[in-house]
Design a protein. Structure first.
Length: 277
């Protein structure tokens, strides 16, 4: 059986994690992904302390071909437009306005290939009060409130260790491309699809936002982490305990506890651990 995206050609103007991960997902499902890099190479190549490509670059750009184009020159832009005529998808996650400054706005790309799917990954979308703002994983964690749902209850907002915002944006962009390719099978036409990283985070904050919704008069409503951590413990969603040699995490710890102990003993242990009834 052939791969799902066998025969699909993708031009990837990806930077760092968002666009490259989207391109990687397509490549892993059989697409011919051509990474377009500027002279000198994409900046993620050079995060290694050794004279080789960084681990992150190799991990996110396997199964791809690569070509260097200087899109700031007429020759480079024309070379890209020539490739666009043969492509099914173009991915970009440049800062807002970059494609327009390069004279490669999505509308122009569609003029050269009406069947093209132009996929843009942005921090806050192309419309609205934040559309002009550049974004990084950490800034979207802060703007979305996820940093306030992370960390110690009495501590400051804390960045999650993983760059989940960048990768969430890439995953959602992959889904948008898949849907657009499916729709093209019906209509024969390409389109522009866009994903705001900021928008993808709110479903992940369902528990924290639910806590605020259920307690609108909470005096600490602007600090979701204190509320969400306490609610998680009291509802039995998770529990981390120190043990010899490290930590152990129990999911749905109350169910585990109740399965092992009768009701009164379980309540007694719960009070010993948390000081609450």
């Amino acid at each position: 059986m052939s791969a799902a995206f066998d025969g699909v050609r993708v031009l990837e103007l990806g930077q760092i994690y968002n666009g490259p991960y989207c391109g990687l997902l397509l490549a892993q499902l059989g697409a011919d992904v051509i990474k377009i890099e500027p002279p000198g190479g994409e900046q993620l190549r050079f995060r290694s302390h050794q004279p080789v490509e960084s681990h992150e670059f190799v991990m996110l750009n396997s199964n791809k071909r690569s070509v260097v184009l200087d899109l700031k020159t007429d020759a480079g832009r024309q070379a890209l437009l020539d490739l666009v005529e043969t492509a099914d998808v173009l991915i970009e996650n440049f800062a807002p306005g970059t494609m327009e400054r390069l004279q490669l706005a999505p509308q122009r790309l569609l003029e050269h290939n009406p069947r093209l799917i132009v996929a843009s990954g942005k921090g806050y979308g192309s419309t609205g009060p934040y559309a002009h703002m550049s974004a990084m994983d950490i800034t979207v964690q802060a703007m979305s409130g996820s940093a306030s749902a992370t960390g110690e209850p009495d501590g400051p907002p804390t960045k999650a260790g993983a760059a989940f915002v960048d990768f969430s944006g890439g995953i959602h962009l992959f889904a948008a491309i898949s849907a657009a390719l499916f729709q093209r099978e019906r209509t024969g036409r390409g389109q522009i699809v866009e994903v705001s990283m900021h928008d993808t985070i709110y479903p992940m904050l369902a528990s924290s936002l639910g806590g605020l919704h259920n307690n609108p008069d909470h005096s600490d409503c602007d600090r979701m982490n204190a509320d969400s951590h306490l609610r998680a413990l009291l509802l039995g969603h998770n529990l981390t305990l120190q043990v010899s040699g490290g930590e152990v995490v129990l999911g749905q710890w109350q169910r585990v506890l109740m399965a092992e102990l009768d009701g009164p003993r379980a309540r007694s242990l719960r009070i010993q651990i948390f000081g609450v009834s």
